[in-house]
Write a protein that binds this ligand. Structure first.
Ligand code: SF4
Length: 217
């Protein structure tokens, strides 16, 4: 039976005690377009720090482009915030990351390779959150129609058992018109949107599609 993780997120927010101030939350963000609505959803309740841990992204120029787009947005957004959103960028190592995914390279998108990819990045973020005293951790990835929120939340909850000082914030950011709200913010901020998920395998498939469509130089 599917769990309504959007309702769970509302329940968690309702249980917060505003008189205690905003708890800290580490937000894993894979890119600006996916982060833009989750940031607005969470901002009234949490002091957010973003972790851009995305060694899955190939090639490095694309990793850098997505990072710079996120930095550009945060610089602008922070001008209107009393407590700015900090951005943490751990070292990028696509070769090591791809080696971990390689045994599952032939899996389709949304399959077992992607589950491992969610797991690697959520685990790294939970570890960072535990090491740096964050109260909550979550990922923006549930905003994506291409990603299974049930799987993402199950993985997050399971991994969080190894980090008892951190609460995993269950989410489904696409619900309650989350995607429409994200699209409006993306347009408003003239944000670059990538046309593939990230890893070399998704990049290769997209390149082949573009070739067929005559969109490659
Ligand atoms: S398609 Fe996306 S989620 Fe799946 S393995 Fe590649 S980068 Fe990770």
């Amino acid at each position: 039976m599917k769990i309504n993780y959007y309702q769970q997120s509302l329940q968690t927010l309702a249980e917060l005690d505003p008189s205690q101030g905003k708890p800290t939350l580490l937000l894993h963000a894979c890119c600006g377009p996916c982060a833009i609505w989750p940031i607005e959803f969470l901002l009234p309740y949490f002091q957010i720090t973003i972790l851009y841990n995305n060694s899955n992204i190939y090639p490095q120029t694309e990793y850098q482009r997505r990072l710079e787009e996120l930095q550009r947005y945060l610089k602008r957004r922070n001008q209107t915030l009393d407590q700015p959103i900090e951005l943490i960028v751990p070292p990028y190592d696509n070769a090591a990351y791809t080696a971990k995914l390689a045994p599952l390279k032939d899996e389709p998108e949304r399959g077992k390779r992607c589950w491992l990819c969610y797991r690697l990045r959520i685990q790294e973020a939970l570890r960072y959150a535990a090491d740096h005293g964050f109260s909550y951790m979550t990922t923006v990835m549930t905003i994506s129609r291409q990603k299974d929120s049930q799987v993402l939340n199950e993985i997050g909850a399971q991994l969080a058992q190894d980090f008892p000082s951190v609460r995993y914030f269950h989410s489904d950011f696409k619900k309650a018109d989350g995607i429409l709200k994200a699209n409006a913010l993306i347009r408003e901020n003239h944000m670059y949107r990538q046309d593939y998920c990230g890893c070399v395998y998704s990049w290769t498939i997209r390149q082949a599609q573009k070739k067929v469509q005559g969109k490659l130089d």
